[in-house]
Design a protein. Structure first.
Length: 383
């Protein structure tokens, strides 16, 4: 039986390059905070990884506080949001603007802040587009934070952060801008200066680094004006923003992973081949504007996504029924509902996320499995 992995937006396997980098430092066990040689060696490995990440974010020069390593993208989002919301007394009961289609690690933070008295405005992303006008209308004198993701994890929609954050900074340059770039980091070109982003969250396991490592870009302005406070307290590691002994092996893996970027043109070609090969009864949910080609949302003809997911899994084809962090809730995807799908169609939608290594044979195998699955499952439904 063939194995075709189409769930790269959930997680990715370790690449051979990352495995090699990790193996090369397996014996580098010193605590990076220790002053002896073993500690200094570990700290040097972390510094090298930090430099690689800085280059991946087009930072010509960077300070240690610009790149903070965390345990994952969710921790980075929590650090960015809570760290800014509670950094100044004047922000209390102020306004935060986000989108209705953010990752749960952002939306759950927003729910908590609402309970604490903050005013949270959620922008629609119908068709995979966030309206700059809707954003501008939501801005007011109490707005201190705007948090909008770079690439949506379920639809692949690219939300045009540069234009959105430019509008925010034009209204008030003191408003903090944060983007969850977990699905974009290591795939698309990111530049905090051009994006007008004060904070950028990223993760390792989406780009073939290990699980358990992520990071947060923090601008000089945030540190200078003390607009962020620690989320974790302790030994003062990571410039005092994220205390806790660093995950040296994971950080080294992340530092290696960012050196290897996917071929977007080839991914785009694979996407089109998949679309052409899938049965005509499968609806393609293409965002109205820009999108990351490696995420393909498809709606099945009156077949629940979970049913087809298990059928495909039996064939060695692994897909997702939505975000891995929210697909076990038992509810229709809020992202797809906001995108414009009915609850019924959202419940019949799968996410295929792939890279540039998908072969023509893989595509044919997937297409045949979809055809067989639809035929068999439709017959069962009609009984």
């Amino acid at each position: 039986m063939n194995t075709v992995y189409l769930d790269n937006s959930a997680t990715t396997p370790l690449s051979e390059e990352v495995k090699g980098a990790i193996m090369s430092v397996m014996d580098c066990f010193g605590n990076p905070s220790s002053l002896h040689t073993l500690g200094v060696n570990a700290e040097a490995q972390i510094r090298r990884a930090r430099q690689n990440v800085a280059k991946a974010l087009a930072l010509v020069t960077s300070k240690e506080h610009n790149i903070i390593f965390t345990s994952c993208g969710s921790e980075s989002n929590n650090t960015a949001i809570f760290g800014t919301a509670y950094s100044k007394q004047c922000y209390r009961q102020g306004r935060i603007i986000t989108s209705a289609t953010e990752h749960p690690s952002v939306l759950e933070c927003m729910k908590k802040l609402e309970k604490d008295g903050f005013d949270v405005v959620r922008l629609s992303a119908k068709g995979g587009v966030i309206s700059p006008d809707e954003l501008k209308n939501a801005l007011n004198e109490k707005t201190f934070l705007v948090s909008i993701m770079t690439v949506n994890n379920e639809t692949g929609a690219i939300y045009g952060i540069e234009n959105l954050f430019s509008a925010v900074k034009s209204y008030n340059p003191d408003i903090i801008t944060h983007t969850d770039a977990v699905q974009a980091f290591g795939k698309l070109k990111l530049n905090p200066k051009k994006m007008k982003a004060d904070l950028i969250s990223f993760s390792g396991h989406k780009i073939h680094a290990p699980k358990g490592v992520g990071g947060l870009y923090i601008s000089d302005e945030m540190i200078k004006k003390k607009k962020i406070i620690p989320f974790l307290y302790g030994g003062g590691q990571e410039s005092g923003i994220r205390s806790g002994t660093e995950n040296t092996l994971g950080i080294v893996g992340l530092g290696e992973a960012v050196l290897h970027t996917p071929n977007l043109d080839k991914i785009g070609e694979i996407r089109q081949k998949l679309i052409n090969a899938l049965p005509e009864s499968v609806k393609i949910n293409t965002p109205c504007a820009d999108y990351y080609p490696g995420i393909l949302s498809v709606t099945l003809p009156s077949i629940k996504s979970e049913t087809m997911l298990h059928f495909l899994s039996s064939k060695g084809i692994f897909v997702s029924s939505g975000s891995a962090c929210s697909s076990n809730t038992g509810h229709a995807s809020y992202v797809l509902s906001d995108f414009g799908l009915s609850d019924f169609d959202a419940d019949c939608t799968l996410r295929l996320s792939f890279e540039d290594n998908l072969s023509d044979g893989d595509i044919e195998y997937v297409a045949d499995a979809f055809k067989e699955g639809i035929e068999r499952l439709v017959k069962i439904r009609r009984r």
